[in-house]
Design a protein around this ligand. Structure first.
Ligand SMILES: [Zn+2]
Length: 237
């Protein structure tokens, strides 16, 4: 079953979307769209930033879900990053194998090295890794870019930049940044064939977004990019 989720993002603070940098001018990432016969520039929130934000939240939610002694739940609770790698603590590899489908077992049988086989079993069994992808495994979650429903206002603001070492304002480093105000963005999340545990995590993620919203783009520490989130869903077979 394929599940489509349409997500509405309503900006509650100015949005800083890094696009092209031209010297001291930072422009918003834009695309051209035809609306009512006219071609206009629209800001865009790229799918990679959206997916990255969702993944970050899912990792925290997945690690904090109850485990009830279940091997896959325990595996998910141990999911973490070490540098560029994703690692888990696994003890019951045989138990995990029971949940792996016949197609994937065929591939698994071809993996020779024991270490690689163990990682592959972890990635196939962990709901966070299945939803958002891991080395050698495609992500079950696909995310589109977010595009505004109506063209928002663009605004330029000039700021100083702070030297991170001395925490002083760099006199010669004034820069102008383009920001986006208002409008409503929409994007789509498509997920295929989730099992019960992946679905539980996905539903938790959606509930979290509706409750807490999402913060996107640059300048998070100064309150930029706060979004209210509204969710609509439908399913096809
Ligand atoms: Zn994982």
């Amino acid at each position: 079953m394929t599940r489509f989720t349409v997500i509405k993002l309503i900006p509650e603070s100015p949005l800083s979307l890094k696009g092209e940098e031209r010297g001291a001018l930072q422009e918003v990432l834009k695309i051209y769209l035809q609306r009512e016969g006219r071609i206009e520039e629209f800001p865009i929130i790229p799918s990679t930033s959206l997916k990255g934000a969702l993944r970050g939240i899912a990792e925290i939610l997945g690690r904090s879900m109850r485990t009830d002694g279940d091997p896959r739940r325990k595996l998910m609770a141990s999911h973490r990053r070490e540098g560029n790698r994703i690692v888990h603590d696994v003890s019951q590899v045989d138990e995990l194998l029971k949940h792996i489908g016949p197609e994937e077992r065929k591939l698994l049988d071809r993996v020779r090295s024991n270490e690689e086989r163990k990682s592959y079993i972890e990635y196939l069994s962990c709901p966070i890794c299945r939803l958002f992808g891991s080395p050698g495994i495609a992500s079950k979650v696909r995310v589109s870019d977010a595009i505004p429903v109506v063209r928002p206002a663009f605004h330029y603001i000039t700021r100083t930049s702070i030297d991170r070492k001395t925490m002083k304002v760099k006199e010669d480093r004034l820069f102008t940044e383009e920001i986006v105000l208002g409008s409503e963005f929409r994007f789509v999340i498509v997920v295929d064939d989730l099992d019960y545990l992946e679905e539980e995590l996905f539903n938790k993620l959606m509930a979290y977004l509706e409750e807490e919203g999402l913060q996107l783009g640059g300048g998070k520490s100064i309150g930029r990019g706060v979004m209210k989130v509204c969710i609509g869903q439908w399913e096809t077979r």
